[in-house]
Design a protein around this ligand. Structure first.
Ligand code: 5GP
Length: 204
């Protein structure tokens, strides 16, 4: 049976560059897959249903919650977001590493259910840089941008349960750091595995 995959939770303020980091990391490692969330927010120009998100209405979202189809869910600046459970569970069983790009309340829910999940928080070099990035992206109103900045400040204060922190000053470096974290996790001393290996391979 294939060894179970690793679950990687990536959080950080909206606009910090998480998807670019994930995209670059996936180019280097084929055993990653990305969990596509459901959301009630409107698609941004260029976003495709089933790629960035499954865009659904609040009624369908509530049905999924009631049927326990979401591994976690949360509300973020007036919209609901959630991770479909079946995809994540199936891929982990198949031995794939699954990346969740989710905000902090959802991360906490997953961490409580699956404590071996690897948690990574991405920070911008400063809040001003984040504001500039969100303005440049041009997809949100000024009011939404300020709401997202306020939410980012709250998240940073509560992020102390994450295992790793990356400051995304430059995306190439951030992606390398992300991959280094995954490499380190593969090299972790796992006592059960080490004991199982001992006899045939090392003759001791
Ligand atoms: P955006 O609207 O900018 O795409 O995402 C807003 C925030 O929602 C981001 O911080 C993103 O990580 C988070 N998010 C995206 N999908 C999910 C999800 O399935 N669950 C939770 N809890 N947060 C999500």
């Amino acid at each position: 049976m294939a060894e179970k995959g690793k679950l990687i939770i990536l959080s950080g303020p909206s606009g910090v560059g998480k998807s670019t980091i994930v995209f670059k990391a996936m180019q280097e490692r084929s055993i990653f897959c990305f969990s596509t969330s459901v959301t009630t927010r409107e698609p941004r120009p260029g976003e495709v249903h089933g790629r960035e998100y499954f865009f659904i209405d609040q009624e369908r979202f509530d049905e999924m919650v009631a049927a326990d189809e979401l591994l976690e869910y949360a509300s973020y600046v007036n919209h609901s977001y959630g991770t479909p459970r079946s995809f994540v569970e199936e891929k982990l069983e198949e031995g794939m590493n699954v990346i969740l790009d989710i905000e902090i309340q959802g991360a906490r829910q997953v961490y409580e259910k699956i404590p071996e999940a690897i948690t990574v928080f991405i920070l911008p070099p400063s809040m001003e840089t984040l504001r500039e990035r969100l303005i440049k992206r041009g997809t949100d109103s000024r009011e939404t941008i300020e709401a997202r900045i306020r939410r980012a400040c709250q998240e940073i204060e509560e992020a102390d349960f994450y295992d790793y922190l990356i400051v995304n000053e430059d995306v190439e470096t951030a992606a390398k750091e992300f991959n280094a974290i995954i490499t380190a996790e593969y090299c972790r001393f796992d006592r059960t595995k080490a004991l199982a290996l001992r006899e045939p391979d090392f003759n001791c």
